[in-house]
Design a protein around this ligand. Sequence first.
Ligand code: HEM
Length: 555
Amino acid sequence: MDFSAIWMSFLLTVVVAASGHFLYSGYRVRSRVNSLRKMGLQMPPWNWLTGHLTFFRAELANYPPNVLISVVMKDIAQKYFASTEMFYLDLWPMLPPTLWVGNAAASIEVNKRLNTKPEVYKGLFQPMTGGPSLLDTNGQEWKYWRGLMSPGFAPGYVMSKASEFIDSGDVFCEVLEKRAREGDVFQLEVVSMRFTLESIIKIALNLDLGHQRKVHPVPKALLAIMPWTTVGNPFEKLHPIRPFIVAHYNRIINYHMVPELEKCYAEYMANPSSKASQSIFTLALAAHSKNFPDKAPKGKNQKVDRTFMDIALFQIRMLLIAGHDTTTSILVYAYHILHKHPEAMARMREEHTRVFGPDLSQTSSILRKKSSTLNNTPYTLGVIKETMRMFPPGGAFRAGSADVHLLDRNGTQYPTGGCHVSVAHHTIHYSPNVYSDPEIFKPERWLDSGVENGGWRPFERGPRNCMGQDVAMLQLKVVLVLTARKFNITPAYEEWDELEVTKRSSGRNWSIANWIGGKKRFEKRDVNGDRAYQAENGGARPALGYPCRVELINQ
Ligand code: HEM
């Protein structure tokens, strides 16, 4: 046999084996869903060949191509499954079959009994983090690193970094002032993201990248990787240039980050007990050294445990990923919803004047002197919580388990074995069983009464809840207090359309929503009349980055 014949038969074997594996996996998934269907459990119309893809395609036809899938799921849940707040969806091969949980009580059960992140998370996050991190690990590995990093998220430590956030907040105001003077339309998401990235790196590594004034290569490379890692399209992984792009940006990130980590380490070694050089990284290193005294660096010139350093780098990258996109989108949506509700904006501004006095130039120095003053702003907190209720940027996927069944509103049991479980934040946050008038923005609902247990979950709950929630809350309060009385921010989607950037800035989008649902969707530009709908682009982002104008308020 000549070489080409050997090559051909090898190729044929690979194709046959891959097709066989694909068909067998498909058969197993569909059999599982069929058995659930036969049990009479809630799901849309299903068939062996396409599962729920046909149904889903028809639903998606009503939305723009890059809409956030959780938004669509909320509408599906309200339209067809309001009485159960629970249903299965079989979108294989796009996604594994999933039990969508829109019921607050059942979601608490998920927190108690299902805390394993599914395999798909590795493919989603590791290209961005460079390796395993808290976002996609389980068991002892996850537990060890969560323990190491928790001192860096303790409320006391986070509060001790308030002045760093205030510094970044002041720069953010400068940036907005400049934009106001220039008078052009710009994407609020872009400038807000620079603020969040800059301040996260400050608490993670005690390092000021100056990213708001001059774009730094690390955040730039991280953002460039993100659109190549959207979950939901199995063919994305096969894109021929994807591995090169990811490797290219990884090299850039490591090139800049490794020396910074080494520097941070050297500073720590020079004075391990110094509060000034504390960061999430050095606190984790101190905890690791306590756990493994034999590996702990003993002298100034001793190298740190290499494995620790490698994983620490993944974790720091993970913090940037987990923290910037989420906080940014809440900040932008807070401005958006306050623009739509001037009465709420007026009430929030009054609160700021009452607490910080009428002289705006004093706000940041008052905050610096006593950051706990932020605790005297309950209405601002209500605005933030209500924004998070209406525009939750996250959600939770968990691997199901044969011994865990979840109850729907009527007490019917739903097996989770062989499925993923999704705690659907949008669905729960808009449930009329949890909130009165869930479609209405009401910050005051947070002033007097709480909500049903498990009904507010933007940071998720249970052992795998968000580590950075105090960080996010502090960032958001600082920025709102510094900016709300200074600026008016007005969306400018129509002007952006006229500039003809709308089309270009839609960019590359490989999400499942984009892939199916029909060409007509590309003409759609809003969801329920809102141009600033939540879009999927490696995260939950306001569509088109929220084009807006900003003006300085005459004081
Ligand atoms: C408004 C802002 C934020 C929101 C809404 C948010 C939301 C979430 C959610 C829903 C999860 C759980 C994900 C899952 O279960 O799959 C999570 C996990 C996490 N978040 Fe956040 N997050 C925010 C900001 C931050 C910030 C600023 C940081 C760090 C600087 C951070 C660090 C983390 C980490 C480390 C985890 C993983 C925890 C674990 O699995 O042990 N987050 N976040």
